[in-house]
Design a protein around this ligand. Structure first.
Ligand SMILES: Nc1ncnc2c1ncn2[C@@H]1O[C@H](COP(=O)(O)OP(=O)(O)OP(=O)(O)O)[C@@H](O)[C@H]1O
Length: 968
């Protein structure tokens, strides 16, 4: 080796060692606001793994066409990949292209900065990624300050990392640049206009250096890692990042791990964890690490006070508590005063008021690091600032800048955002000035004390936040909304002069936020406005989200996984009851289902029928069923292509001792007898709570029923109702058979009785035989006697036979006018709205509609809104001679009956019988043709009925057609 080369190597080694050593010093302690107080937290000790996933695509700033192609190409089954921190640049498969640029997105406080620090520390400690020779971690905060200056890339490196001054060419090394906090960037980053720069020794603005690094023109061999809050990600054109990752925060075990690491005392950690679990919203909120840290601080205080005081539920409440705790600590520590409820001394009030002003002024300007001059501008004396950072150690901090000059910042950006909102609020309360108006100088801001002035603040804050291209006012807006609630203001008593944001103002703000949601916003902006509604404690938040998704103003198709989890977070943390989860109200898709699993887990009843689910959904659903925190009691999975493989997965959860499920509907799930094997084992498991099982419209065959009966015969089986539908060799042609056990002596009793006896000798076949011999199709208690609502009968329908028969006639009948009367459609309704399980039969001749309808169906005129089956309020079977079609919401399907008996009455003069079985709670409506000894299944509607259903008939086609109610 030549001497020169050797010298170079030594030089490089030296620089690397020094850089590693300095980075180790810089990052081994994580500043959690306690550094000054004496016991810095070691990053390696507190670092808890985060859930990081590879984002499928960027969802922002895309051309319309590109979006369409991308949506079409997106493979729905592509599994979500979890990435470990140290593998952020590692390709998944050998054949994948190398990764040069990674963009990591994550909401405020999710741990982006800490993640980059941990990555760098592990490298500096020689643990990971040793193929990289130099890591240069930059923050946009620091780069903003150099906005006006000129550097070459090499000079910029030397400027921040003096250790590497001996190296003038980095091309020969594997270098990684980290740029943390793109959302904080004040550089224009104009990729269209900035000139191309390829020479690392040529001087230019920091902005040009950065755009060229990202373009790959400058130092193309270097790796780049950019982190950002999601709303600001669109500053980098989509084509540049080779990988986009999302930080999803802590999952439940990681939350616990965080608190166990933070509180070394096991008892203290356990009681903090169990405290958090008592509040659903707090527990959910803790998936964001910065909230874990704030919660830890707040709860430590709550526990000291023997658990007194209400737990914070919203973000604003959390930060208010945090501020109060800090003020209390300051009072005890520095003023030496005893702990009382009066923690706001004039001194602490003054400090917080000044810091809040500083926070707002600087946030407006986009500054997150402040110099002495910034502080003086805000009226803060520099000596006072040092004192503030010394006493409010967990709010404000003093650091040494590059040249050892003093710089200040808030301990976390979210704290600055909270205090900025507090300042806007305080200013209005104290002086009536609306700081959110366009001109921000106090002399030009109008002073208005009236109520509309207060609403104006919130409206203009919403406008401003929506205008911000990088979302830098998003969190601020959430806090401002939260502070408008009186309940929250009360928590700040002593700091705030009591105010009165009245209900009216609150409602107007809510309406304004909703109006904006309905306008075509980006997903990020909509989601932030949902957060705002949550802060405003708005009760219609859940419907608002459902409406946005179903009206496509928030396109379910284009939401990223992280955006879905934000929605799930908002839904779960909203105080609204989510007892019934109806997936169709959000988006009837597997994607939506998988993303909203936390909401499913919280609900008691999950309606997932006809939602395009496959066996892919069954594994996560199974783990919900098996989880001790799941509330699910009823699950409707009917009409999804789950197949046997799905049911097998589902059964693992059903067999779990934690599973509390009582009702399971698997009608038309493409199941064969194989599913029965698994279900049977669930039924015989001791812990199973299943009392109702619907397996209709599956091809179980005799062998399946046979297998099922083994479970049914188990002494552990708690099943009371099972519905199965099978074609069998026992003579039931494609018919549905309902077996119901109840104390009134219905069909299943014999099986159940047998079950309680000595079963060891009873074979499944015997049991099967027993119940197939039972000759009843429905429980007698289900049959119901209908009577016609005479006020609804159309004048061309004649009543006879004690009002049990209606016949189409030409001459008008003399019925009085009535609002309920169908004036044009030849229809009628029955008197009673049905909500349970009901069975009825009618005799018919000619072309008739046998229907059910909500009471609200239109009665006047000839529109689709009146006619059975042509609107969303009614479901109908149209029977002609030997022809059947079913209709709902203007969609018709004709049904072919394969049974021989179906052709027996095809003559137009013949009458025939139709049976209807409504299971309102299960959401099924079945029609049958009645043969002499059996029912022939025609069609089953599977849906969710939201109102009572009224049987009705349409006899509209030819005089002489009739419908007559039968006595069953
Ligand atoms: N992996 C982790 N383990 C333990 N604590 C963490 C972790 N990540 C973050 N934290 C805690 O959360 C706080 C906020 O994290 P961080 O500053 O990295 O968030 P961020 O995503 O960069 O936020 P912002 O977008 O607001 O800048 C940290 O100060 C630390 O207390």
């Amino acid at each position: 080796m030549k001497q020169e080369e050797l010298a170079d190597r030594l030089q490089t080694g030296n620089c690397q060692r020094k850089l590693k050593s300095n980075l180790k010093k810089k990052f081994q302690c994580v500043f959690e606001g306690i550094a000054k107080a004496g016991s810095p937290a070691l990053l390696n000790q507190i670092y808890t793994e985060l859930h990081i996933t590879e984002g499928l695509t960027r969802e922002v700033n895309q051309e319309h066409e590109v979006r369409q192609i991308e949506t079409a190409n997106r493979k729905p089954h592509r599994p979500e990949t979890t990435i470990r921190q140290e593998d952020i640049f590692r390709v998944q498969h050998e054949r994948d292209q190398p990764i040069r640029t990674v963009m990591t997105k994550g909401v405020a406080g999710i741990g982006k900065t800490v993640l980059t620090q941990k990555f760098t520390l592990d490298w500096a400690e020689d643990k990971t990624n040793q193929n990289i020779q130099f890591i240069f971690p930059f923050t946009f905060r620091e780069l903003n300050v150099l906005k006006e200056k000129k550097f070459s890339l090499v000079e910029l490196i030397h400027h921040f990392f003096t250790e590497t001054k001996g190296i003038s060419n980095f091309e020969q090394f594997q270098v990684l640049f980290i740029f943390d906090g793109l959302d904080e960037s004040r550089l224009p980053l104009d990729f269209k206009k900035n000139p191309v720069l390829t020479d690392a020794s040529e001087s230019s603005s920091v902005d040009v250096l950065l755009t060229n690094l990202i373009r790959g023109k400058l130092l193309p061999s270097a790796l780049l890692w950019i982190t950002t809050r999601p709303a600001a990600a669109n500053q980098i054109p989509e084509k540049f990042p080779d990988r986009v990752t999302d930080i999803r925060g802590f999952d439940d075990p990681q939350k616990e791990e965080y608190f166990r690491k933070k509180f070394r005392d096991e008892d203290q950690a356990s009681s903090i964890i169990s405290h958090i679990k008592t509040s659903q919203s707090l527990h959910i909120m803790c998936h964001i690490p910065v909230f874990c840290w704030i919660t830890a601080t707040v709860l430590e205080d709550v526990l000291k006070a023997n658990g007194r005081g209400e737990l914070p539920k919203t973000l604003t409440q959390m930060y208010i508590h945090f501020l109060v705790v800090q003020t209390k600590l300051r009072k005890i520590k520095y003023d030496g005063e005893p702990e009382t409820d009066q923690h706001w001394s004039p001194g602490s009030r003054k400090i917080i008021v000044s810091l809040a002003k500083l926070a707002f002024d600087q946030l407006q300007k986009g500054n997150l690091i402040f110099y002495e001059s910034d502080l003086t501008e805000c009226g803060i004396d520099i000596r006072a600032a040092s004192v503030y950072s010394g006493v409010f150690t967990q709010i404000f901090r003093e650091e040494r800048g590059l040249y050892q000059d003093k710089v200040f910042c808030f301990v976390h950006l979210s704290v600055q955002e909270f205090l900025a909102a507090l300042h806007v609020h305080l200013t209005f309360i104290n002086s009536g000035i609306n700081l959110m108006e366009e001109q921000l100088t106090s002399c030009s801001s109008e002073v208005r004390e009236d109520q509309s002035a207060e609403t104006d603040i919130y409206k203009s804050a919403v406008d401003k936040a929506l205008q911000s291209p990088d979302g830098h006012l998003d969190l601020f807006l959430r806090f401002l909304m939260g502070l408008s609630l009186q309940t929250n203001q009360r928590l700040l008593e002593g700091l705030l002069r009591q105010t009165g944001c009245c209900f009216q103002t609150n409602q107007e703000t809510v309406q304004y936020v909703k109006k904006n949601i309905s306008e075509n916003l980006s997903a990020e902006k909509s989601i932030n406005l949902f957060h705002c509604l949550n802060e405003l404690n708005d009760r219609s938040l859940v419907e608002e989200i459902q409406q946005s998704l179903s009206s496509e103003s928030l396109s379910a198709e284009r939401l990223s996984p992280a955006q879905w989890s934000a929605l799930a977070f908002i839904l779960v943390s909203s105080e609204q009851s989510l007892d019934v989860f109806d997936l169709k109200k959000y988006s009837p898709s597997e994607e939506a289902f998988l993303r909203l699993i936390p909401v499913v887990k919280q609900s008691k009843k999950a309606l997932l029928s006809q939602c395009n689910l496959s066996d892919r959904s069954c594994e996560p659903l199974s783990s919900v069923l098996g989880s001790s925190s799941s509330n699910l009691i009823e699950l409707n999975l009917s009409n999804n292509n789950l197949r046997d493989s799905g049911v097998a997965l589902l059964c693992a959860g059903l067999e779990s001792p934690q599973c509390q499920l009582e009702i399971l509907r698997l009608s038309a799930c493409n199941l064969s007898g194989r599913s029965c094997h698994h279900l049977s084992s669930v039924l015989s498991s001791q812990s199973s709570s299943l009392s109702e099982l619907d397996l209709t419209n599956n091809d179980l065959k005799d062998s399946g029923v046979n297998l099922l009966s083994i479970g049914l015969a188990s002494p552990n089986c708690k099943l009371e109702t099972v519905r199965s539908h099978h074609s069998s060799s026992y003579g039931f042609c494609n018919s549905e058979k309902t077996f119901k056990s109840s104390s009134d002596g219905a069909c299943w009793s014999s099986v159940l009785e047998t079950r309680s006896e000595e079963l060891i000798t009873t074979t499944a076949k015997q049991i099967l035989d027993q119940y197939l011999q039972l000759d009843c199709l429905f429980s007698p208690s289900d049959s119901c006697r209908l009577s016609i609502d005479t006020n609804s009968v159309n004048r061309n329908l004649q009543l006879s036979d004690g009002n049990r028969k209606v016949t189409h006639v030409e001459e008008d009948q003399r019925y009085p006018d009535h609002p309920d009367r169908f004036d044009w459609c030849r229809q009628l309704l029955c008197t009673t709205g049905l909500t349970g399980r009901c069975y009825w039969e009618v005799e018919r001749k000619g072309r008739v509609h046998v229907s059910v309808s909500y009471r609200g169906i239109r009665r006047k005129g000839d529109s689709d809104n009146c006619e059975f089956g042509y609107n969303d309020k009614s479901w109908s079977l149209f029977c002609s001679d030997g022809i059947y079609s079913v209709y709902h919401n203007n969609k018709g399907t004709s049904v072919r009956l394969n049974c021989i008996s179906s052709s027996s009455s095809s003559s137009s003069s013949a009458t025939s019988r139709v049976a209807v079985y409504l299971d309102h709670p299960a959401g099924t409506l079945s029609f049958y043709k009645v043969c002499s000894d059996s029912l022939i299944h025609i069609h089953t509607f599977s849906t969710t009925f939201s109102e009572p259903l009224y049987p009705g008939f349409g006899v509209g086609f030819r005089p002489g057609s009739f419908v007559s109610l039968c006595l069953v």
